[in-house]
Design a protein around this ligand. Structure first.
Ligand code: SER
Length: 894
């Protein structure tokens, strides 16, 4: 049964039982605790927690999921996929254990001919959580299986949580016995033998902390008893397709086939080498698919968080192909195969193909460069280790290879092993950990003081309904204080000077999000207290938190609040946001749909816009885009917001934004009928209000991503006005018309250059002219003529030239020695030159430099005839010069 058919049967089975079919949400739902959606229930979390009222009591979905903590296991087991699809049926306070067991068992065991999956009952083993006697009873009743076929397991296996605080509960699973080839009878920890493919969670608890599968804190009961069922699509597919593992199913194996064709190696060839190759083939199939799905949902490769996971997946895929012996660009060969398979369900893969492939291929190219650069560094490091007689590459080196050259540690380990070296992995991990902690601390500092969500959770629970954001329509709002959080946690009151996080029931303050910075302003309380709002964040869905300082009076929960947004700042930020949409659209017109937004920041008067592009954006495109958006500013298009369904939005041509839940209502901002984009931000009323948009420039911020910075409105005007004044001043100073400035400046630069050359010549000449005079004034020290001279403003080459010149002018045949000390820019240059006759008397240029060097704070050396040195202390130059005659006297004085 192919995967598509399994999907169809799952969805229609539950639709027939009154469930609403809900399309998969994006992998990037906005949950502060999760990098990616990692289970089918994630989009429904607010319903389980009672934060939102579900529009249905029963739902069925097939949700895209990504889990990467066990990335190292991919390919080694039969069932670890970084991307997978979860088929789920959900009850929100409707049916509970019995209904869920009946519905599940029915689909699993119903014959294939009747629309089920046709699993043989005698191979199936239901499991229950330890003491869940009720579940045992229900399994017996529904399935007719004897008691000893119902397995009791502990927390590790049969208590489900998201791995982070949130909803959870005991669960019951269905395992399938794959026979004695896969492990001993009755050993339910032999996961390959007793494979779990159906997990039924009795979602009833709220968890405040999850330290491990077994170590967690249940803080209370959920408002209702719910059902969350997950059936791993890939697992069922490989069971029903008679395959050995998930990598061999219909939607994945074609990638392995292509990889075989490219590498000339065979999957399943047997032997230990064959096994290693098999793992690599599976890694390729898995990672190619996962990265494609991630890029499709808007992730771009980077060095942190989601971007880093993607980068790692792409690089591991490429690296595995290399280890299989294929060194050319691999992704352009493999990705389209995965697209053709997954695109049957996820049609956006075809629609967004240009963008997806551009991002992936650019990362492969960057990685190939990394490999080239990093390999050189790696070779150097290993040579050093070997030369010093060591056998271990330091953690430091491994870390810098990773951090600076993007060299994955497994690559370093492998390459080191090839050289017979080990790697200080512990040191490496420690440095990685430190770096991670720094990143976490940064993120926490940015998002608010209380990343431990429990304080927010407590406030949100006490609210009952989400905070109402009134800021689309007004900038002044009446509301009331509903919660106060301080460094110590939730509190009832705060006094003058306190730094607090304030929650109101209604607020016009926009919380930072969607690239738009937060509003600032003041909140006046009914009791006369005043609070200054500096930042606004939404740490959990439905909650808006004002980070504020109490200016005067006392803030208490319950008191009325009169909120006043700083209107100038808001307007200015709104103009930036509208300008960002316009620039986005204009770049897509100019460069094609691959120029998709990858990030943005809208601040007062300026914005930054990141988008995907393969190379630098030509200057002509920048000029055209700027002209285009300014024309549309002049056209004074109206900017309006509409709420519509996701489908309607796509049909209206809105540019997709990532992270929306499908099926949700979305807000679409249109600038005229030209730029249409999903957006939750605030905007100008008409494009004319933007005044003028000035693009400042563009640059690269990572493989395949470009950043444009720009000014809007008054800031753009002031920038241009300043430039105008500058040009006027230059044209006045240079006495030419502005349009002749470039030519004039070129001209001046040219003349300056030749003048400098001229001056240089003269200076050298002067220096040499001084030579004759110096030679004439030589001091007689015993038989030796000595010149010791200081020149200010001369350095190395000039000093040397002068010293040699003077030596040449001393009377031939007589012993003579010259020491010149130049001082320029606080640096001292010493050159000594001795002639043959002097050297015969034991005078050495080298020894002289050695003698005076320490006095000028430096050292140097050379040969007996000419020696040179430098120093950094000009204060004792005269002393040094005096020392010359003394030294000569000491050696040759007699
Ligand atoms: N949430 C459970 C799981 O992910 C069941 O859907 O296994």
């Amino acid at each position: 049964m192919d995967t598509a058919e399994i999907r169809r049967r799952f969805v229609s089975h539950f639709e027939n039982a009154g469930h609403t079919a809900v399309p998969s949400a994006s992998l990037l739902l906005d949950d502060p605790n999760l990098l990616f959606v990692n289970a089918g229930m994630v989009p429904f979390k607010p319903y389980f927690l009672g934060q939102e009222t579900p529009p249905y009591d029963r739902a069925v979905s097939i949700q895209k999921c990504v889990r990467t903590p066990d990335i190292e296991d991919v390919g080694k087991t039969t069932r670890h996929g970084t991307f997978f699809e979860m088929c789920g049926n959900f009850s929100f306070g409707d049916y509970f254990k019995e209904g869920a067991i009946e519905l599940g068992w029915d689909l699993v065991t119903k014959p294939i001919a009747d629309g089920g999956f046709g699993f043989a009952e005698d191979k199936l083993w239901p499991t229950v959580y330890d003491d869940d006697a009720e579940a045992v009873e229900l399994w017996r009743k529904v399935t007719g299986l004897p008691d000893d076929r119902i397995v009791r397991l502990g927390r590790k296996e049969n208590y489900w949580s998201m791995g982070v605080p949130g909803p959870g509960g005991p669960c019951s699973e269905i395992l399938i016995d794959r026979g004695p080839d896969y492990g001993p009878d009755g050993d339910f920890s032999a996961e390959d033998r007793y494979l779990e493919f159906w997990n039924l969670v009795f979602m009833q608890d709220e968890l405040s902390a999850v330290r491990s599968k077994e170590d967690l804190d249940i803080s209370g009961s959920l408002p209702k008893k719910n059902i969350d069922t997950g059936m791993g699509l890939e697992r069922v597919a490989y069971l029903l397709q008679g395959k050995q593992n998930m990598y061999e199913i219909d939607v994945m194996f074609p990638v392995i086939e292509k990889a075989m064709e490219l590498t000339g190696r065979r999957y399943g060839a047997g032997g230990s080498e064959g096994h290693t190759d098999d793992v690599r083939f599976r890694v390729v199939a898995d990672h190619v698919r996962s990265s494609m799905m991630l890029i499709s949902d808007g992730v771009t490769p980077g060095n942190e968080a989601r971007g880093y996971v993607l980068r790692r997946l792409l690089r591991r895929a490429v690296r595995s192909m290399r280890l299989l012996g294929f060194e050319d660009r691999a992704l352009p060969e493999l990705l389209p195969i995965s697209r053709d398979k997954m695109g049957e369900t996820y049609t956006e893969l075809h629609r967004d193909w240009e963008r997806i492939s551009t991002v992936a291929y650019a990362e492969e190219d960057a990685f190939r460069q990394t490999l080239r650069a990093g390999t050189a560094i790696f070779d150097l490091a290993t040579t050093e280790v070997k030369q010093s007689g060591g056998s271990q590459l330091s953690g430091d080196k491994a870390f810098s290879l990773h951090d600076t050259y993007g060299f994955p540690i497994d690559l370093t380990l492998e390459m080191a092993a090839e050289q017979g070296l080990s790697v200080d992995e512990e040191g490496f991990r420690r440095l990685m950990g430190e770096q991670r902690d720094r990143a976490k601390a940064d993120a926490a500092a940015k998002k608010g003081q209380h990343r431990d969500a429990s304080a927010y959770r407590a406030v949100a629970d006490s609210l009952g309904s989400p905070v109402e954001f009134t800021g689309y329509a007004e900038v002044v709002t009446e509301g009331a204080v509903r919660g106060i959080v301080t460094a110590g946690g939730v509190t009832e009151a705060a006094r003058e000077g306190d730094e607090i996080e304030l929650v109101l029931d209604r607020t016009p303050f926009y919380a930072e999000g969607g690239g738009q910075l937060a509003d600032q302003g003041v909140i006046e309380l009914a009791n006369g207290a005043r609070v200054e709002v500096r930042d606004v964040q939404s740490p959990i869905t439905g909650l808006i938190v004002h980070q504020a300082r109490v200016l005067s009076g006392e803030v208490t929960v319950g008191v009325g609040a009169h909120s006043l947004v700083d209107v100038e700042r808001r307007r200015s930020i709104s103009r930036s946001h509208t300008a960002t949409h316009m620039v986005h659209k204009a770049f897509r017109e100019a460069l094609g749909d691959t120029a998709t937004q990858a990030g943005s920041e809208n601040s007062p008067g300026r914005f930054r816009f990141d988008f995907s592009a393969t190379g630098s954006v030509p200057a002509s495109v920048m000029t055209d885009v700027e002209a285009r958006v300014n024309d549309l500013v002049l056209a004074d298009l109206s900017v309006h917001a509409e709420i519509m369904t996701q489908d309607e939005a796509v049909k209206s041509g809105a540019m997709a934004l990532f992270g929306e839940k499908y099926g949700d209502e979305v807000r679409v901002i249109s600038v005229g009928d030209w730029a249409r984009e999903l957006c939750g931000g605030t905007h100008a009323g008409r494009s004319g209000q933007l005044g003028v948009i000035k693009l400042l420039g563009e640059s690269s911020i990572g493989s395949g991503v470009r950043r444009v910075e720009a000014l809007v409105g008054g800031d753009a005007y002031r920038f241009l006005a300043r430039e105008h004044v500058l040009v006027a001043q230059l044209s006045e100073a240079l006495k030419v018309k502005p349009e002749q400035l470039p030519e004039r400046v070129n001209d001046i630069v040219e003349r300056l250059r030749s003048a400098e050359k001229e001056i240089e010549k003269v200076r050298v000449q002067q220096l040499l002219d001084a030579g004759a005079e110096l030679a004439a004034g030589a001091e007689q020290v015993g038989p030796v003529k000595v010149v010791a001279h200081r020149v200010d403003g001369a350095a190395g080459g000039d000093v040397r030239q002068l010293a040699l010149d003077v030596r040449g002018r001393l009377p031939g045949g007589e012993p003579g020695v010259v020491v010149v000390i130049g001082v320029a820019d606080g640096k001292v240059s010493v050159v000594a030159a001795a002639n043959d006759a002097a050297r015969e008397r034991g005078v050495s240029a080298n020894a002289l430099v050695g003698a005076v060097g320490p006095l000028v704070g430096g050292r140097g050396g050379g040969k007996d005839d000419v020696a040179q040195g430098g120093g950094s202390d000009p204060s004792r130059v005269d002393e040094a010069l005096a020392l010359v005659a003394a030294e000569v006297g000491r050696v040759a004085g007699g």
